[in-house]
Design a protein around this ligand. Structure first.
Ligand SMILES: [Zn+2]
Length: 106
């Protein structure tokens, strides 16, 4: 497991109080939307094109929504926000998501 997450402070002017975690921390918010376990997904950043496992993305919780950021370029890759109108899913920062086939019964 990745235990060394010496995350540099992101000087992007964000005043969010939520700590920056990894994508696994955001899995619960996405699991209710996606049909499969988000931690098995590989996401390609729409900004720099790097591919990262969902769990390797930087996750900002505690704001108005859950934001996932690219570890390479810190661009926003995905965002989910729950509002009284419903749940917003913004994937505009990613170019593709790879869902692995569900493992069959062994
Ligand atoms: Zn990127």
């Amino acid at each position: 497991m990745t235990s060394d997450l010496s995350t540099p402070a992101a000087p992007d002017g964000g005043a969010e109080s939520g700590a920056v975690l990894d994508g696994n921390a955001a899995a619960g918010d996405f699991a209710g939307i996606l049909a499969s376990d988000p931690t098995t997904v590989t996401v390609r950043c729409g900004s720099c094109g790097s591919t990262q496992a969902f769990g390797q993305l930087s996750a900002c919780l505690g704001g108005p929504g859950t934001v996932l950021r690219c570890r390479q370029c810190e661009a926003m890759v995905a965002r989910v926000a729950k509002t009284p109108q419903g749940t917003w899913l913004d994937l505009s920062g990613s170019s593709s998501w790879l869902f692995l086939p569900a493992p069959g019964p062994a």
